[in-house]
Design a protein around this ligand. Structure first.
Ligand code: KIV
Length: 268
């Protein structure tokens, strides 16, 4: 899948997107036919033990993106640009984003967006780096805005619609809308031709995205707008305890897990 295929799907069928941070998970997400795989900076709090997404580095996203891209056959792979990898120096931002395509084999990048990313989106798109914009709750700004629902009054909702239109005009191929009221999700989707991908933004978006850890039930609890469709955490806990108990009781390794060589019998 390429940016153009995602654009063409808008309004035809719901678009699916999930995060993945490693090759085995990406292989399963891809095999399920999910349209886009986001190597989210949520890797920070979900997989790397950070308290937020802020400490995630360009190297960490690049390495995870390369692993995901090696495993994905059909899905579009997007690298989520981490905090301060863009937004300060524009040439450096272009270089960081370009690295994701050149060195990690991503098909595009996602930028947590604002007024400061309009021109960057235009520049990246012009040189062939597909950009997915991200408005509403943008966790990289949590120190400024908190992790609250965005766009809850008329002025804030208007600002989101206006910024969404400016990013579309700058060439973004799609737009993630995070944690906004469903009627704001519907208004933005109505205002844009490019697909909107909602996360806690209601059913009127052109597609939906969640973190894979929440979907498979690996994370401890889920956000109120998310849903666990499995219990991988429970399965992992059972398997790990089962292993420990079997070693301690002498049940593992059993005869079939061991092999012997006659030639080495003379060692003693
Ligand atoms: O980092 C992430 O996982 C995200 C989304 C869930 C949209 O940005």
């Amino acid at each position: 899948m390429r940016a153009k295929d995602i654009r063409e799907k808008a309004g035809e069928e719901p678009i699916t997107m999930l995060t993945a941070y490693d090759a085995p998970t990406a292989e399963l997400v891809d095999a399920a036919g999910v349209d886009m795989i986001l190597v989210g900076d949520s890797i920070g709090n979900l997989r790397l033990g950070y308290e937020s997404t802020l400490p995630v580095t360009v190297d960490e996203i690049e390495s995870a993106t390369a692993a995901v891209a090696r495993a994905a056959q059909d899905a579009m792979v997007l690298a989520d640009m981490p905090f301060l990898s863009f937004g300060a120096d524009e040439d450096e931002a272009v270089e960081n984003c370009g690295r994701m395509l050149k060195e990690a084999d991503a098909d595009g990048v996602k930028l947590e967006s604002g007024p400061h990313t309009v021109e960057l989106t235009r520049r990246l798109t012009r040189i062939g780096v597909p950009v997915q914009a991200h408005l509403g709750l943008t966790p990289q700004r949590e120190n400024e805005t908190g992790l609250f629902r965005q766009g809850t009054d008329e002025e804030a909702a208007r600002r989101i619609v206006d910024l969404a239109e400016r990013h579309e005009d700058a060439g973004a191929f799609s737009l993630v809308l995070e944690h906004v009221p469903a009627n704001v999700g519907a208004a933005v989707s109505e205002a844009l031709d490019i697909p909107t991908i909602g996360i806690g933004a209601g059913p009127e978006c052109d597609g939906q995205v969640l973190t894979v850890d929440e979907v498979i039930g690996l994370s401890e609890g889920v956000a109120p707008f998310s849903k666990a469709f499995g219990d991988v955490r429970g399965e992992m806990q059972d398997a790990i305890s089962g292993y420990k108990d079997a070693v301690e009781s002498g049940e593992f390794p059993a005869e079939e897990h061991s092999h012997y060589e006659e030639d080495v019998d003379d060692l003693y």
